[in-house]
Design a protein around this ligand. Sequence first.
Ligand code: CTP
Length: 402
Amino acid sequence: MSVLSGKNVLLGVTGGIAAYKTTYLVRLLVKAGAAVKVVMTPASRDFVTPLTLSTLSKNPVLSSFTNEEDENDTWNNHVDLGLWADYMIIAPATANTMSKMVAGNIDNFLLAVYCSAKCPVYYAPAMDLDMFKHPSTAHNFAQLASYGNKMIPAGTGELASGLSGEGRMAEPEDILSFIEKDIQSQLPLMGKTCLITAGPTYEAIDPVRFIGNHSSGKMGAALALEMANLGAQVILIMGPSHVVTDHALIDRIDVQTAQEMYDTVHTHIHKVNYAIFSAAVADYKPVHTADQKIKKKSETLTIELTKNPDILASVGAMEQRPFLVGFALETENELEYAFAKADKKNTDLLILNSMRDKGAGFGKDTNKITIIDRERSITEFETKPKSEVAKDIVNEIIKRTL
Ligand code: CTP
């Protein structure tokens, strides 16, 4: 999954021949999962039509403060648009537009949006080679860098003038990959690794029956996504679950039993910086698993159970261990039990869920948590969607480790 997935991207198109390439750029951005809006300078409309770009971006294209053909039209709000954007890309960025960006010379809608945007701004210069080498261009590059704007380097090759040299706008694929890499390089968990257990475990009684629980795996999947979104490489060890996980940085390993989960954890635990144990592991498993389906012969049936290994405690006991986060699901004496669990399993953070809280528990899309750290300090959170709860947990991890 691209780092641009779910992000709002504003594309500013200015009047150069390379504007035709923005049709491909819009397609790539949409394919990456971004919401795309396009603003155009009046001059750029001679090179590529607003209709093409609005069709591809699935949004109206704006190029003036009002729509002149419609007398009832309202004012297009450049401030709202600038604030809507998570990222702004100006491509192609002509020498003329660059000079106006430097000077704050707002003589069109695109420049008004640029000056209102608080988000990171990328620009892809495009011009003929002599213009590219002109001292004013070098000056503008330096000025824009001082504003924090990032230049996507121009390429060298045949130019629209027929001359050959530096000044070709970067290809759409290169623009996208430049931006993705730049965003990734700034993610706080870039270069870190994290192991997460999630979901239930199934302990077979016979070929058709098992001991399990109602855990859905949603909380663990949300944590994996949040860690990956912040740049961490995630190993997600998932018990039987229908939850779908799709992210380039999530490597998912599906397991069935507690023993399989234990073995998989210990294969990977030595190479991770963080480990989060959100799985609802079955505490016990049948001593014997019947080879054939157990027939209903007697009035009662007793199945002898034996303890499963405690995966979290086994990692807590390791001399060299990652930053360790455990969960505790309790129904009574919540804090007392949670403190005891944190001590016993040697966790850095313990995430407490109480079954008494309405918004918490198995299968739900929300959760209500209390976080307990090593110093026994307690932070309580409101009931929230699991994606938001994952953000809170990851935030607390980052606060204590980076
Ligand atoms: N856990 C684990 N392996 C087990 C049991 C639990 O890794 N065999 C982990 C869970 O993933 C969770 C934490 O330990 O992070 C606490 O799980 P919980 O079920 O609340 O506690 P238990 O240790 O099973 O204790 P009890 O059921 O007696 O409350």
